[in-house]
Design a protein around this ligand. Sequence first.
Ligand SMILES: C[S@@+](CC[C@H](N)C(=O)[O-])C[C@H]1O[C@@H](n2cnc3c(N)ncnc32)[C@H](O)[C@@H]1O
Length: 186
Amino acid sequence: MHRFELCRPARAEAIADRAGCVQEGIHVANDKQFKLNTMFIGTRGVREYRETIAEWVSPADVVLEIGCEWGTTTTLLAARCKEVVGTDISPECIARARERFPEIRFETLDAFDVRAALDFGIPFTKIYIDMSGLSGYRSLLDVIALLTMYATVLQPKAIVVKSGALKQFASHCVAWRPTDARRHGT
Ligand SMILES: C[S@@+](CC[C@H](N)C(=O)[O-])C[C@H]1O[C@@H](n2cnc3c(N)ncnc32)[C@H](O)[C@@H]1O
């Protein structure tokens, strides 16, 4: 639960300044929260989700898979990276995955418990997310919240997520650059 405190404007400004919220006397949204270096890759369906492995995973990578079920994609990841941990909220799935692929590490994890993911103490460079309930259009905000949380806390280079909603949304997004404005003389 967040705790909000009332304080005098000068103190509020000092706090905001430390958090990067004040620029030349102008209050702006906290810039630092947008300085994530993680790339987000939205895929539709399991075929696309697995196809990305060839493009996004390399031998030096340490990968976390969230929603591994019985470990099928985890084995594909294992074949291409240095280390992989497959995780799922279901202990039954994890037991089955361990039985099928004893050479791979599998752990129970609720994706929304990012603290538990941090407690693995592993510097993950890539994260794969395939959770039931994240594909529909109503789940877009949950997907974005989850991606932002993992990007902020674990700071991987990329997060690949199976979410048709995110893929659709991303394909209609363009990041406006200041140079675009200059080119048009505005
Ligand atoms: C479609 S299956 C994953 C298939 C797997 N990635 C593969 O490629 O074979 C979705 C999985 O998400 C898991 N899941 C659902 N909610 C979860 C949560 N909050 N945290 C972690 N896993 C979750 C389910 O238990 C299920 O095993």
